[in-house]
Design a protein around this ligand. Structure first.
Ligand SMILES: [Zn+2]
Length: 232
């Protein structure tokens, strides 16, 4: 499973088991680190399920799995500020990655208006069934009523149930606030469109897109109109 091409091979970030080591990842020849946090995970401040899907980054030959090792899993949950168990077994990491692949597939299908895999829907529904989520109501000074959700199960099933519910919530938004894929050169990150003209996951992708348009135009202009000083 992959981000851009469905059967492209995946790479592991070159960090060994230590998420604090920079993965040294460049995508599309551009500086990827501009829109990742200090420990270099692709965390953008989007809703949790969107961040979760973005742990499968890139396309074609350049797909990187940010949940490939126990160290990366712990590092990502910390970077994304998500509740997580203290440790993960191999089997639990397998279930986490299965859910992540399913969420990525479903968000891709939504963005591309194609049919998601039946196995992806089944994986999400399994996690929802294993840890139903209940609504909670609270109140905070200066904040008023606080509406939240809380998984009915603890540990890994609760974490997976919360992420699966987040996927459902990301798809349930109004047509104006749906999940989109970044249009930046070489970027594949999902984001929730929170204003009508947003096309990029981060300003740095917009900047690179404008730069590449400028250079393309500049090159076309140079090729199309030879200088009068040039020998004929
Ligand atoms: Zn981007």
């Amino acid at each position: 499973m992959s981000a851009g091409g469905r059967d492209a091979p995946e790479r592991t970030p070159e960090t060994g088991d230590d998420p604090h080591v920079r993965p040294n990842l460049t995508v599309g020849g551009s500086c990827y680190h501009q829109h990742v946090n200090a420990i270099e995970f692709p965390v953008l401040g989007e809703p949790p399920a969107v961040e979760f899907a973005n742990t499968l980054y890139g396309s074609g030959e350049e797909v990187v799995d940010y949940l490939a090792t126990p160290g990366l899993v712990s590092g990502w949950f910390a970077a994304a500020d998500q509740p997580a168990p203290v440790s993960w077994s191999d089997d639990e990491i397998g279930r986490l990655r299965e859910l992540r692949d399913a969420v990525h597939d479903v968000l891709s299908a939504e963005v591309d208006a194609v049919r998601p895999r039946a196995t992806s829907l089944a994986a999400i529904n399994r996690c929802l069934a294993a840890a139903p989520v209940r609504w909670t109501l609270g109140w905070g000074p200066g904040e008023g009523m606080l509406i939240g959700t809380e998984p009915s199960a603890l540990g890994v099933p609760g974490v997976l149930g919360r992420l699966a519910l987040g996927c459902v919530e990301s798809l349930a938004g109004s047509p104006d606030s749906r999940v989109r894929r970044c249009e930046g050169p070489g970027c594949s990150l999902f984001f929730v469109k929170n204003h009508s003209r947003r096309r990029w996951c981060h300003d740095s992708c917009g900047h690179r897109a404008r730069q590449s348009r400028y250079y393309r135009r500049h090159r076309r202009g140079a090729e199309g109109s030879p200088s009068p000083q040039e020998p004929r």
